[in-house]
Write a protein that binds this ligand. Structure first.
Ligand code: ZN
Length: 502
């Protein structure tokens, strides 16, 4: 085989797969933003056809042969092409391990389960959803067998989201986090909450929207290569490095929720806009893992958007958007308001102190489900007892308990830990950035995010999937993943906010 001709053929084939993949993403974006309700049926046909086409093109025998031939001659490739071949072959082998009829069975079960889950959550009745969960857990365990694993079947599923990480490693990190964060939560509970009477509003929704656009622009989000729209659940998506979009939502009684969603999704979108030019139209144009993606959104939202320097700059800006409503409020009061810490039942509303505890609960349960030590019928009892243990709360009903999240109804086991791992990556990366970028907080206090974005572009964004998350982290910070930077960050921040003397 002529190597250059082979590479050209490979790039052409991967380009076609990427085009279809991104067209699917665009149809899904439309479904969540502008599609009229009656468009749903036709949209499901279009998505099914394009997904099957994408799968067919990507699993074509010729593509496999090509990848293997190029892989065998990796020494003759330049380093950048060798990585492209390695990552594509990894995805190709994984896609081929699942028999086609299994993929169809799984997809059919997913869509049935999703519909039942919506009704079961509405009725707050786990019993309705139990048979679906049983089938999904059985299918997920079957999936792990097809994919293969060394120690735990959970590892095979985790690899969908966090290649290179094992459940044993996650357990070690989470055990440390659980103990230290529970301790912090107890100390905050004993400290009492600040009074914030000004926070109730109401707050004009279009002003919230305009303010969120202003902050996104300041962050360096390129509106010529993206846009913000409204959706029920905020999300971000990219169809190319030059088209990475975000959504958010505004409510009159929640002053910060629109802004924080915009900053969070903006963090994801800045990552997408920062992938390398040479990786466009290939599967390298993505993050190495969901947790690495989440590290970007969480760094912008929590470390920056919930910091005092940020609010010293943006409170005066925000006053112009809400005339007369914030004149007597101080940056310190806004800082307290965006960092209220209190155990609650719902993960998506959780503050930084308790968020990882919600994740640890889900991780422990899904590992037990996949390893077979927890029967799906016992999920509510197991859930409620863990909420008592980690958050000190009684779960009043299934809707506010084990039915609150969509992930398991999607058949997505192994997804949850990436949220908490994202917090850990964010803290560790941010520490390294602070050491390497002098005056970082001073520039944040001036609303100047260019030094921060430049560091992230160079150390994180531009690499796409060319490095595994652990390699990227080690190269950028000089260390392996540790819970210490995140725990130190929480203790420092909340110790001061709640005068805990730590
Ligand atoms: Zn996110």
């Amino acid at each position: 085989m002529n190597i250059n001709a082979g590479l050209q053929d490979l790039r052409h084939r991967l380009g076609e797969v990427s085009d279809i993949h991104n067209a699917i993403a665009l149809l899904q974006w439309d479904q969540e933003t502008y599609m009229p309700p009656k468009g749903a049926e036709a949209r499901s046909w279009q998505l099914a056809t394009l997904s099957a086409l994408e799968h067919r093109l990507f699993t074509a025998e010729r593509l496999g042969e090509l990848l293997r031939e190029l892989h065998e001659r990796a020494d003759a490739l330049d380093a950048a092409d060798a990585v492209l071949v390695e990552v594509a072959l990894y995805d190709y082998d994984r896609a081929l391990k699942l028999p086609e009829d299994f993929v169809h069975t799984f997809a059919a079960e997913q869509s049935k389960a999703l519909a039942v889950w919506v009704d079961a959550r509405q009725a707050s009745d786990f019993g309705m959803f139990r048979p679906n969960l049983e089938r999904l857990v059985a299918l997920a365990r079957q999936r792990a067998e097809y994919l293969g694993y060394v120690d735990s079947p959970y590892d095979a599923l985790l690899a969908d989201y966090e290649r290179g990480m094992t459940s044993a490693e996650v357990k070690r990190l989470f055990t440390e986090l659980a103990a230290r964060q529970s301790n912090l939560v107890e100390r905050i509970a004993a400290a009492g909450q600040p009074e914030l009477p000004w926070l109730t509003g109401p707050w004009d929704e279009s002003a919230q929207w305009a303010f969120s656009l202003r902050v996104l622009k300041d962050m360096g989000y390129d509106f010529e290569a993206g846009r913000q729209d409204s959706s029920v659940h905020p999300f971000s998506v990219h169809f190319d490095t030059l088209d990475a979009r975000v959504t958010t939502r505004a409510a009159k009684d929640a002053l910060f929720s629109c802004l924080m969603s915009s900053i969070h999704e903006g963090g994801h979108a800045l990552y997408m806009q920062g992938h390398a030019e040479r990786d466009r139209r290939t599967l390298l144009c993505d993050a190495p893992s969901l947790a690495m993606h989440e590290s970007q959104s969480r760094m912008w939202e929590n470390v920056i958007g919930r910091s005092l320097p940020f609010w010293r700059h943006y409170l005066p800006v925000m006053r112009d958007f809400f005339p007369g409503q914030l004149d007597t409020v101080t940056p310190e009061e806004v800082y307290a308001a965006v960092n209220l810490a209190k155990p609650s039942l719902i993960r998506v509303d959780a503050d930084e102190c308790t968020y990882n505890l919600h994740i640890i609960i889900r991780f422990e349960l899904e590992v037990a489900l996949i390893e077979g030590s927890l029967d799906p019928s016992s999920v509510p009892e197991a859930w409620n007892s863990k909420v008592r243990e980690y958050l000190g709360l009684e779960v009043p009903d299934d809707a506010r308990g084990c039915l609150q999240d969509i992930h398991w109804a999607h058949g997505a086991f192994g997804y949850f830990p990436t949220y908490a791992l994202g917090n850990l990556y964010a803290a560790q990366l941010f520490n390294a950035m602070l050491e390497q970028v002098p005056g970082l907080w001073e520039s944040v206090e001036q609303g100047d995010f260019r030094p921060m974005l430049a560091w992230l572009r160079t150390n994180v964004h531009v690499h796409g999937r060319r490095k595994l998350a652990r390699e990227l982290l080690r190269d950028a910070t000089g260390a392996d993943l540790s819970p210490e930077p995140y725990i130190a960050y929480l203790n420092h921040k909340f110790g001061a906010l709640y005068s805990l003397g730590i």
